[in-house]
Design a protein around this ligand. Structure first.
Ligand SMILES: Cc1cc2nc3c(=O)[nH]c(=O)nc-3n(C[C@H](O)[C@H](O)[C@H](O)COP(=O)(O)OP(=O)(O)OC[C@H]3O[C@@H](n4cnc5c(N)ncnc54)[C@H](O)[C@@H]3O)c2cc1C
Length: 451
């Protein structure tokens, strides 16, 4: 990158917040694909000025939260600027009477949770890494973890945004009132746009009271069939806010990750919250049906859910592992899980199946490093065909291979594909924002795979 551009960037964010050392660039890259500079702006005006400069120079711009997942979503980019928002981490207003908070995008979920507790409120967004990741990163991806069953995605818990567009202009959407849409629903359109349409700088959060009671139901099962049947019962007959299914291999990983269930087969983990009577009535109902189930509270429950969060890093280890995501209609979930496990037993015994069962979303954890995808290509093809034959789909999350995502998009037809490209071009005429984002495979022109 030209020296005069670096000088101009330093003028905007200050010398100490414009980093070009390789170590910092590596923390914001993917393999050998690194940005030319990493910027740490302190306010929206600085973000806007940086983006304006990037637009004038045609430089790629990659928004960056805590980076918990960013490297998964981005293909190699040709240098450009990573904009790390973590210095923009203030709570600008905590209006507990209206149950809203106005926050900067780089605030961590952990700090947010701590601050909200003072008035017994919380923001019910709990992605896979709920401590480190930023509010802006959650909004940009409309993240959701297991509690999507009860609360839906992040986009249901926001009221308004401030966004720096790829032109450097600043827009505000929504506001403090719950009803706040006069034209398109811009807040929810931009949430989940994966940084491809602009940089989210501020968010108005919609808060809820902390539930009176929380408890976890855990059932170790003898076989897949019993576990699937129990999970179906919980999904159809209770108001669980999270419902996780783990096959036998996943249960062994859970054990290594810190929760010692004692079971050898598959398991079901479900979270309940609300008023005490409401939670206890549901648990009593389930306990009557599943006499061996455990009810976990306090530290014991925290250990189980922490182990569930650690399941992926524990499984992937140092060398990494391929993560595939499949979704099928709920009525086909039992068939998908059974046939997928049979396929894995035949060809890949060490692979695990973990499902956000209530949402019919299955993660397939393959014990193969992402760079060695070809070694399991045929297996992944068969699993993708299985999902498609049941009315669903499969994508790969972390290999850089876009073929399954493109297949999925192609299935929607050419018209939507072209429309999405026009939407992207209208927001971002120079195509500078996350130009090679994997999650936007349909607008991405880069067909390279990451190795
Ligand atoms: C491939 C992939 C798979 C995922 N799978 C899951 C999953 O299974 N379950 C789940 O709960 N969550 C999942 N997520 C979402 C994940 O939880 C979020 O990415 C995370 O919560 C965001 O936190 P972060 O601050 O670390 O963001 P980062 O990891 O830093 O960024 C995530 C993405 O958001 C963009 N971004 C970050 N901040 C902003 C901003 N202020 N404005 C605009 N764009 C921004 C980045 O460019 C990047 O594309 C996935 C994300 C990716 C990329």
């Amino acid at each position: 990158m030209r020296q005069e551009i670096i000088a101009a960037l330093e003028k905007i964010v200050g010398h100490e917040n414009c980093r070009v050392e390789e170590t910092v660039r590596r923390q914001h890259g993917f393999g050998e694909a690194l940005p030319d500079a990493v910027l740490f702006p302190e306010d929206s005006q600085q973000v806007a000025a940086v983006v304006k400069l990037a637009a004038a120079e045609g430089l790629p711009v990659i928004p960056w939260g805590a980076g918990t997942m960013a490297p998964w979503g981005l293909l190699p980019f040709n240098g450009g600027l990573a904009i790390n928002l973590t210095l923009m981490n203030k709570i600008l207003e905590y209006d507990y009477e209206n149950m809203t908070a106005d926050v900067e995008a780089g605030l961590s979920l952990k700090d947010l949770r701590q601050a909200l507790r003072v008035h017994n409120l919380y923001w019910p967004v709990e992605p896979v890494e709920p401590d480190n990741c930023t509010v802006g990163g959650c909004v940009a991806t409309s993240a959701s973890g297991p509690s999507k069953l009860g609360y839906g995605d992040t986009k249901f818990h926001i009221l308004g945004l401030e966004v720096v567009l790829p032109t450097g202009e600043i827009i505000r959407t929504g506001g403090k009132t719950v009803k706040n849409v006069q034209d398109y629903d811009n807040t929810r359109f931009l949430a989940g746009s994966w940084g491809s349409l602009g940089i989210i700088t501020k968010i108005i959060l919609k808060l809820r009271p902390i539930p009176e009671k929380e408890a976890t139901f855990f059932l170790a099962c003898k076989d897949l069939e019993t576990a699937i049947a129990a999970a179906r019962t919980i999904r159809n007959e209770t108001l669980a806010i999270a419902l996780e299914f783990l096959d036998g291999v996943a249960m062994q990983v859970l054990d290594r990750a810190g929760y010692h269930s004692g079971g050898q087969g598959p398991g079901v983990l479900a979270l309940f919250n609300g008023f005490t009577e409401q939670v206890e009535a549901q648990l009593a109902y389930l306990k009557e049906k599943y006499k061996d189930a455990r009810i976990l509270e306090g530290d014991e429950a925290a250990v189980a859910w922490q182990a569930r969060r650690q399941l992926w890093p524990q499984f992937a280890g140092e060398k990494g592992a391929i993560l595939a995501s499949a979704a099928v209609p709920f009525t086909a979930l039992a068939e998908f899980l059974t046939k997928a496990r049979a396929e894995l037993d035949q060809n890949r015994k060490g692979a695990a199946l973990v499902a956000h069962f209530g949402n019919s979303h299955v993660h397939i954890l393959l014990d193969q490093a992402p760079k060695d995808l070809d070694g399991v290509r045929e297996l992944v093809d068969r699993l993708a065909s299985l999902a498609e034959s049941l009315g669903g789909y499969l994508v790969l999350d972390n290999t850089g291979d876009l073929s399954y995502t493109r297949r999925r998009v192609a299935a929607r037809g050419r018209v939507i594909f072209e429309l999405l490209q026009r939407v992207k071009a209208a927001f971002d005429p120079r195509g500078i924002m996350t130009p090679n984002s994997k999650v936007l495979a349909y607008v991405s022109t880069d067909t390279r795979a990451v190795s």
